[in-house]
Design a protein around this ligand. Structure first.
Ligand code: ADP
Length: 684
């Protein structure tokens, strides 16, 4: 299908052509055939780089009213907003927590880009633009599977359908095992395709012959057998790291760029350091920009790596540094990024070769195999459109394959691999990704959304709450009966937390319940804050200090958690004992104790920030990344404001004064830190 055949204005057609698009890619043409430009609901489950943005754009520009584009991450929101803003005669608006537009900008926009949490907040606050929407595009709809993001996505879809009747829904998904289930839920036509503009071959390293075997039958010799350099480096890299290095060298020697994924922040840094001696093309601009915008030990390390054309990328970096690294890679001045898997879920950074060194990651107390969908998402970054003839993704590491069954292979001769490697091959290369399922029935999300529905006045009885939630993926998957029993139990929990009350056959939110919902707190955090505020009220005024406020908010479930090393455990404990009379939680009552003690570590960090200590000093004192500190600061500022609002409803003047002061100092500190944005799981 030719661009000239599209039902959009000549100016928009010119703009599409100016992006190098003359003909639609096959999945795009299928989406048009499925009615995406005629107001039909469409689910497009297609690989990365198959052109989902144009499908979304066509839907929103032909919907006959404003379009809303929902993304999971703030960084993605900005990327999409810049794109839609550049379309001729189209006004675009953006609403994320770091960009607070004039209400009118969103009110009058043809296309609004927003994070799911911002849309949720707009719905709860009765924003007028919601009801005028003609089309909603849900990017990355497979994230219904995510424990933190999925439930919000489901509830938004359910509420939007009721608030904006006739709304066209277009959902964009990675390839998943059950796209039909999503299409059924949304009453949409499914466009499912594995077509990619740049073909992708995926391979697994086979130690038996020191080569990568690809799914297209190709074999790539790695050459680690001839290497005897384990002793020649400072930190004795393991074999997987040596293989990774060789694969990166091969790819860059022929003009390619390479992304290497490892299991942890520390490993990303160590791999980048290991590659320093390779001297890829130097990146002086990246080095200079990093040094200009931060002087922590991590920044200096990153700048030194950039000098040799390598960078690392993980959530511990300042957001501005992550963006600089991504941009340098997209501009092709940077050859290699060593990253944690979070990079694959963020903005578009295509590479010729993707090397996945680690297939496991530490999760709490044990190593866990990465989900297939996540590995596919990393592999999908391989192949730069218009630059590479094909993309290559190589898997190296091991997982515990004891529980995996191997079956007859259709593509690869099983004898090529040892049994363990063959099980890996089947799991990650031959078999498809997992199916996605609703995460709404978990306690916290369900309570949060039920409270929001009641507090915003959308429902005044159990039956009405159920009616609102009938449009969720959960209801679709599990049926109304199951939904009903979950909703009833959430309502009784909310009543026991005094966030809602019942009477005369109807239910309504208490004043605190309304505040908790408006402030976007989870009910457990709201109830905990309320209890803590009461304790604070009973404390002697001389003991109420900034530490009291920080301990109260940092110990809530809505605060970010941190890791407590053995040595700092003792220091943190001593700090807690020394300041016990200023805390609302006693050491005996702290439960679970370890989690509470970790929150005291954050109390110490934020207290030092408020005293004016530099972030760079805190990162080395507390062994956390600058990005973590930005997140602590951002979250404490939010939680401080929210607690202030709860106190207002309780009319507690003295305590409010303490919070007001801290809130003000936190804000001032936020302002001295350059853009404080984006933590992968924190968007509002
Ligand atoms: P996705 O969101 O599916 O990962 P994008 O929509 O970002 O992919 O598109 C990836 C790249 O492909 C962009 O640079 C885009 O301009 C380009 N592209 C999209 N559709 C076409 C097309 N039909 N012809 C040529 N290039 C295209």
């Amino acid at each position: 299908m030719d661009v000239s055949d599209l039902p959009v204005s000549p100016a928009v057609k010119d703009s599409i052509r100016s992006d190098g698009i003359e003909r639609l890619y096959p999945p795009q043409a299928e989406a048009v055939d499925a009615g995406v430009t005629r107001g039909e609901n469409v689910v497009a489950a297609i690989p990365t780089a198959a052109g989902k943005t144009l499908i979304a754009e066509l839907a929103m520009l032909t919907a006959g009213g404003p379009g809303l584009y929902i993304v999971p991450l703030r960084a993605l929101a900005r990327e999409k907003y810049e794109h839609f803003k550049s379309l001729p005669n189209v006004s675009a608006g953006i609403t994320t927590s770091d960009v607070e537009p004039e209400a009118t900008a969103v009110d009058q926009a043809d296309i609004i880009v927003a994070t799911a949490e911002k849309v949720d907040a707009a719905i709860r606050n009765g924003a007028a633009w919601i009801e005028r929407l003609a089309c909603v595009v849900i990017d990355e709809v497979h994230l219904v599977e995510s424990k933190s993001r999925g439930p919000t996505l489901e509830v938004i879809v359910a509420t939007l359908q009721q608030r904006a009747p006739g709304l066209q829904i277009v959902a964009l998904s990675a390839t998943i095992a059950n796209p039909e289930a999503i299409a059924n839920w949304l009453n949409a036509t499914l466009v499912s395709s594995t077509w990619r503009p740049v073909s992708l071959r995926t391979g697994l390293y086979n130690p038996a012959d020191d080569a990568v075997l690809f799914d297209d039958g190709n074999r790539l010799s790695v050459g680690t057998g001839s290497l005897d350099d384990k002793a020649s480096t400072d930190f004795d890299p393991d074999l997987d790291t040596i293989i990774t290095r060789e694969l990166i060298k091969q790819a860059t020697a022929s003009g390619g760029q390479c992304l290497a994924f490892v299991r942890s922040r520390q490993q990303a840094e160590a791999l980048a350091e290991h590659l320093l001696s390779e001297s890829f093309d130097s990146c002086p601009e990246l080095r200079a920009s990093i040094m200009d915008s931060g002087s922590s030990a991590v920044s200096r390390q990153l700048a030194a790596c950039a000098e040799t054309g390598v960078a690392f990328h993980h959530a511990g970096l300042r957001n501005s540094h992550r963006e600089l690294v991504e941009k340098a890679f997209r501009d092709r001045t940077l050859r290699v990024i060593c990253a944690t898997p979070t990079l694959a879920a963020g903005v578009n950074v295509p590479a010729r070769r993707v090397v996945i060194r680690d297939l496991e990651r530490f999760s709490g107390d044990s190593m866990e195999a990465l989900p297939v969908m996540e590995v596919h998402q990393m592999c999908g970054r391989a192949g730069r459109p218009h630059l590479d003839p094909y993309g290559e993704a190589v898997l190296i590491g091991d997982i515990d394959t004891g529980h995996l069954n191997t079956t007859e292979s259709s593509v690869m001769d099983a004898r090529d691999f040892e049994t363990d490697r063959y099980a890996l091959w089947q799991r990650y290369i031959e078999a498809g990704p997992e199916a996605v399922h609703s995460q709404l029935p978990a306690e916290d999300p369900l309570q949060t959304h039920v409270l929001a529905i009641i507090a915003s006045g959308f429902a005044a009885s159990t039956t009405e709450v159920i009616q609102v939630l009938t449009g969720t993926f959960f209801a679709h998957e599990s049926g109304t009966q199951t939904l009903q029993s979950h909703v009833e139990s959430a309502i009784s929990d909310l009543i026991s937390m005094s966030l809602i009350e019942s009477g005369d056959g109807s239910i309504s939110a208490t004043q605190i319940g309304r505040t908790v919902s408006k402030q976007y707190l989870t009910p457990t955090t709201g109830a905990q804050l309320r209890r803590g505020i009461k304790t604070m009220h009973e404390m002697s005024t001389s003991n109420i200090t900034p530490l009291t406020a920080l301990e109260l908010i940092c110990s809530t479930p809505d605060m970010y958690t941190t890791y407590l090393g053995n040595k700092e455990r003792a220091t943190t404990y001593r700090f807690a004992m020394r300041n016990a009379n200023q805390f609302t939680t006693t050491v005996e009552d702290a439960s679970p104790f370890e989690a509470w003690l970790s929150s005291v570590k954050i109390v110490r960090i934020v207290a030092e920030l408020l005293d004016g200590t530099e972030i760079s000093a805190l990162t080395s004192d507390f062994q956390v990344g600058p990005g973590d500190i930005e997140t602590y600061l951002e979250r404490t500022t939010w939680l401080c404001g929210a607690t202030d609002a709860i106190m207002r409803t309780m009319s507690l003047e003295t305590e409010m004064a303490v919070f007001d002061r801290i809130h003000q100092s936190l804000f001032e500190r936020m302002e001295t830190e350059s853009p404080l944005i984006d933590e992968q799981d924190w968007f509002i």
